[in-house]
Design a protein around this ligand. Structure first.
Ligand code: CAA
Length: 383
């Protein structure tokens, strides 16, 4: 039987997250952006509410809400502040998620539990200066010296790079084996040989910190190999398959916020003697925004349901990422148009939301990469 309603628990989570966003997140979003300041206070409060582990089972310190619950949460938080949502995403969707999906029991108890409880923060270090879309061409390498792996190299554009206690790092362990020569490791920021760079100056999501990471003869104990030696690329891809759905949920939240602001403005702003909401040109834009939001929402929660039911969904998750990120940019553009000159002023939230939206088509796999993932799967299934 099909059931498209949220459970009572999911509705409760949405209500708590919405109230938190209204009271503790949205009021500070402009200041966070202006000062490029990490929303530490908000993250601390989110941790107290259990938001940093909502997606994980209770046995690992999580909320047991699964992917649907997590999408509900990120959607709500993103309505108030994209920088906060991205900080949570780097931690929960990527760093901690990799350990949940691919870690052994010991690693889950040692690392996932405190991450899910919000006692530690996580990051996911895949991208390098010359290995972005072509993630497998990374140069960071780790050499087996008997007891440990000796890690050398550097990563770039890492969300939470300078604040994460635990970082999932991908490195070459056997250059002769191509993608099968990549291994993932759980690294602690307090270990010798680890250094994070300064936060980058960005166009949007300016309160989310993005940094380089450097590893210099960093000794990683063998028990910190995540998954099997040589299986690191799969760890990365499997994590990204899940993360792309929650990123889509963030975009959905931001899209809804912009639609709401646009409706409000269209009803208040008068030109030619009546609210601009009475002009058909504005009505059509609002109708298109609402239609796109409905489409995006439908595929996100359907795919989140697939994840919660262990149904493989690489193609669907790439579709969610592609559709939701293109949608949020289109909606930002229309919202700006509806707001006119006012929307362009920093005094109004649309200016920030417009800047925040753009990166979504780039990070967690560019949209060109999502086309590749979808096309490969489409062609494979019709062979
Ligand atoms: N699940 C499991 N395994 C997978 C997989 C998946 N979704 N996708 C690929 N694999 C496996 C393949 O099966 C293959 O293994 P076998 O040979 O055993 O079959 C292996 O991985 C290699 O796959 P491909 O041949 O498809 O590899 P490729 O080099 O052609 O690259 C790609 C594939 C999809 C383009 C990949 O490189 C990719 O996703 N690139 C984008 C990287 C990305 O998303 N980066 C974002 C970083 S995170 C971030 O941005 C967050 C932040 O902090 C800012």
């Amino acid at each position: 039987m099909l059931d498209f309603t949220f459970t009572e628990e999911q509705k409760m989570l949405r209500d708590v997250a919405r109230k938190f966003t209204d009271n503790e997140v949205r009021p500070f979003a402009a200041e966070i952006d202006e000062k490029e300041e990490l929303p530490f206070d908000i993250i601390t409060k989110a941790a107290e509410l259990g938001f940093l582990g909502v997606v994980f089972p209770e046995q690992y310190g999580g909320g047991g809400f699964g992917e649907i619950g997590y999408c509900i949460l990120l959607e709500e938080i993103a309505r108030g502040c994209n920088s906060t949502a991205v900080t949570i995403g780097g931690h929960e969707s990527l760093g901690a998620m990799a350990i949940y999906l691919c870690g052994n029991e010991e690693q889950k108890q040692k690392y996932l539990r405190p991450l899910a409880e919000g006692k530690l923060l996580a990051a996911f270090a895949l991208t390098e200066p010359n290995a972005g879309s072509d993630a497998a061409s990374m140069k960071t390498f780790a050499v087996d010296n008997g007891k440990n792996f000796l890690l050398n190299g550097n990563k770039t554009f890492i969300t939470n790079g300078n604040i994460a206690d635990v970082i999932v790092v991908f490195a070459i362990t056997d250059a002769s084996k191509g993608v099968k020569g990549i291994t993932s490791f759980i690294v602690e920021n307090k270990w010798n040989g680890f250094r994070a760079g300064k936060p980058e100056k960005k166009m949007g999501i300016r309160g989310s910190h993005t940094t380089d990471l450097f590893f210099e003869n960093l000794e990683v104990p063998k028990e910190n190999i995540l998954g099997e030696v040589g299986n690191g690329f799969k760890v990365a891809m499997e994590t990204l398959d899940v993360a792309r759905v929650s990123l889509a949920a963030q975009c959905l939240g931001s899209s809804k916020e912009m639609l709401e602001l646009s409706i409000k403005h269209a009803n208040e702003r008068k030109q030619f003697g009546k609210p601009i909401a009475e002009q058909q040109a504005i009505q059509f834009m609002l109708a298109e925004m609402a239609s796109e939001i409905y489409q995006t929402e439908s595929i996100i929660y359907r795919t989140a349901w697939m994840i919660d039911n262990n149904i493989p969904c690489s193609r669907e998750s790439a579709i969610c990422k592609l559709v939701a990120t293109e949608t949020v940019c289109k909606i930002a553009d229309r919202a700006m148009q509806i707001h006119g000159g006012m929307g362009y002023m920093r005094e109004y939230p649309i200016e920030r939301l417009y800047r925040d939206a753009r990166v979504n088509r780039i990070f967690e796999g560019t949209n060109e990469i999502q086309h590749i993932v979808i096309a490969r799967d489409v062609l494979k299934s019709t062979k």
